[in-house]
Design a protein around this ligand. Structure first.
Ligand SMILES: *[C@@H]1O[C@H](CO)[C@@H](O)[C@H](O)[C@H]1NC(C)=O
Ligand SMILES: *[C@@H]1O[C@H](CO)[C@@H](O)[C@H](O)[C@H]1NC(C)=O
Ligand SMILES: *[C@@H]1O[C@H](CO)[C@@H](O)[C@H](O)[C@H]1NC(C)=O
Length: 533
């Protein structure tokens, strides 16, 4: 009898333990060898993930398929190269397919266009002025990279791109030694580059600037410790912001930043930007690989009358963290290291646990430390939101070449973080799409049919862009909270809800977006809908 009670107590304790851990999210390794160590990653409207490394890195963990090889006379390492440097990951089958990339994508940039094509610009060496496109196909298709015949006006290495409201144009800002921006494609055939003194003034912590399209149509550009607002149509700087305290935030100091969700409740007119972490002051210039990184975050409303940085403190120091907007409305800060800065062998002490930030909780209760991964993700790693509402983490190569020895070997495994909202006890309240439109236009009220076992709250809709993640920043990442009506019962556990689309192309440039239905902060599986002009 007593042993039975003991067994029961142990079982309950064990269950309690499982629940407690579940409440902090879970990790699972989804692929033991992706073939490449991912430096850049973007999720397509077919749910596949396009992953890229550099080409001038020699042998990787995977060959090109069908006996293909790359003969690139300007290649520095392998002029006859049969290794893959880009792959497409299929989350449904947990497999990769090799992609063929011809010119060097090292520290390049990119963005999806309104037709779902990824435009990828710049890089190193022979790739520095190149423009490549990838038109995604169904997961079973054989789509691949295409090298275009047009070039960037200047070489761009470590630039940031942003999709513009016209949907078929992106701006490419900065890059090593380039204190200017340009458009892809050009607005006029003779258009060159536009100088941007702000980048020169913030040298040399100004690479991969954080760029966000604001609801007034201007761009917020943050680099080093400073920010401006740029009217890219008239090529004028319309505002200069106060300095963000504590430490530089951009490469090689490598903090991260997000535009918090734009919300229908504010008429989509309010924008808030959150920038967190990064290396300590002078850590990179003084080569201090053991220097403790920054714990600080700054939050600003760039369209306010007198914008100021509101400072908050993360639970742990982090450099090279990635910030991912979750469909729950929280920000996930994931990957990175506690000491050092961005570069080969320049950081130590990987931070294995992500932290979530709840933007509207009471100050002091916004951060939650979540479950530890087993895989360090430091320099040259990525994090992307998947349609199943989980976060795919890839890459980490703190070495110049693929090196499988030492404290931080080149990482070829993929793992997925399942945030706390995926725990089984929430299955009943996570709404799943049944019917949804393929295409929507601005201000359109559209109906969505969904299924949910327990309807106990209102149904919200979150609209997510598909960003280009690289070097701790997701270029073009944005999230919208759309207006929804009451859920109307169809029958059983099936309901409909009316959703009002975003008001215009400045708030949501035309593109394929991942939509999530959310109940009490718990999203179901997302579906892609094309937002058109
Ligand atoms: C673009 O650059 C490549 C490589 O340098 C060159 O071969 C090609 O002619 C350029 N194209 C144009 C249109 O200038
Ligand atoms: C950073 O380095 C500069 C130049 O050496 C020095 O003037 C400054 O005091 C340093 N700042 C900190 C916080 O270490
Ligand atoms: C994750 O690892 C850190 C550092 O070892 C530790 O302090 C923390 O308790 C761990 N978190 C969990 C949820 O186990």
């Amino acid at each position: 009898m007593s042993s039975l009670i003991l067994a029961l107590v142990l079982t309950l304790q064990c269950m309690g333990l499982v629940l407690a851990q579940d409440a902090l999210g879970t990790w699972s390794i989804v692929l033991g060898n992706a073939g490449i160590s991912t430096m850049h990653a973007a999720v397509t409207r077919f749910d596949t993930c396009i992953m890229l490394d550099r080409t001038n890195i020699g042998p990787t963990g995977r060959m090109l398929e069908n006996g293909r090889c790359r003969d690139q006379p300007q290649e520095a390492i392998l002029k006859h190269d049969c290794y893959a440097h880009s792959v497409m990951y299929r989350p449904d089958l947990k497999t990769v397919r090799s992609l063929f990339i011809f010119t060097d994508t090292w520290c390049s940039s990119g963005q999806f266009f309104s037709d779902g094509t990824l435009w990828q610009t710049g890089g190193d060496a022979e790739g520095a002025r190149r423009i490549r496109t990838f038109t995604p196909c169904d997961a079973s298709g054989d789509c691949d990279w295409v090298e275009t015949t047009t070039n960037l006006t200047v070489r761009r290495w470590y630039a940031t791109n942003h999709l513009l409201p016209e949907g078929n144009r992106q701006i490419v800002i900065g890059g090593s030694g380039q204190n200017s921006y340009e458009f892809v494609p050009k607005r006029t055939p003779t258009e060159g580059v536009f100088p941007l003194q702000f980048l020169a003034d913030n040298c040399c912590q100004s690479l991969y600037p954080f760029v966000f399209l604001l609801p007034n149509g201007e761009l917020f550009i943050f680099t080093n410790m400073n920010a401006i607002r740029l009217n890219y149509i008239t090529n004028t700087v319309t505002k200069t912001y106060p300095t963000l305290p504590d430490n530089p935030r951009n490469y090689p100091s490598a903090g991260s930043g997000v535009l918090l969700p734009l919300m229908w409740q504010d008429g989509f007119t309010k924008a808030e930007i959150l920038i967190c972490g990064g290396a300590a002051v002078n850590a990179s210039t003084k080569n201090q690989v053991n220097r403790l990184a920054s714990k600080s975050c700054g939050r600003i409303n760039p369209l306010a009358d007198a914008p100021v940085w509101f400072m908050e403190t993360m639970p742990i120091e982090r450099v090279m963290g990635d910030m991912v907007l979750l469909p729950s409305g929280d920000v996930l800060i994931i990957n990175g290291a506690r000491n050092g800065f961005s570069g080969w062998e320049k950081a130590t002490n990987a931070v294995l646990f992500p932290v979530s930030y709840a933007p509207y909780n009471k100050v002091g209760t916004r951060f939650t430390s979540l479950q530890n991964s087993t895989i360090p993700r430091m320099y040259h790693s990525t994090a992307n939101l998947l349609a199943d509402s989980k976060v795919l983490c890839a890459g980490s190569n703190t070495h110049q070449f693929y090196t499988y020895t030492g404290a931080y070997p080149t990482e070829l495994r993929l793992d997925v973080f399942s945030p706390p909202y995926t725990r089984s006890s929430f299955t009943n309240i996570r709404p799943g799409f049944i019917k949804w439109p393929a295409v929507i236009s601005y201000n359109q009220v559209f109906s969505v049919q969904f299924g949910v076992k327990a309807l106990t709250g209102t149904i919200g809709v979150m609209q997510h862009s598909a960003p280009f993640a690289t070097h701790s920043f997701s270029q073009g990442q944005r999230q919208l909270q759309l207006r929804t009506g009451p859920a109307v019962l169809v029958s059983g556990t099936v309901y409909t809800v009316d959703v009002t689309a975003a008001p215009n192309a400045i708030v949501a440039p035309p593109a394929y977006y991942l939509f999530f239905l959310v109940q009490r902060g718990k999203p179901g599986t997302g579906k892609w809908i094309q937002q058109t002009l």
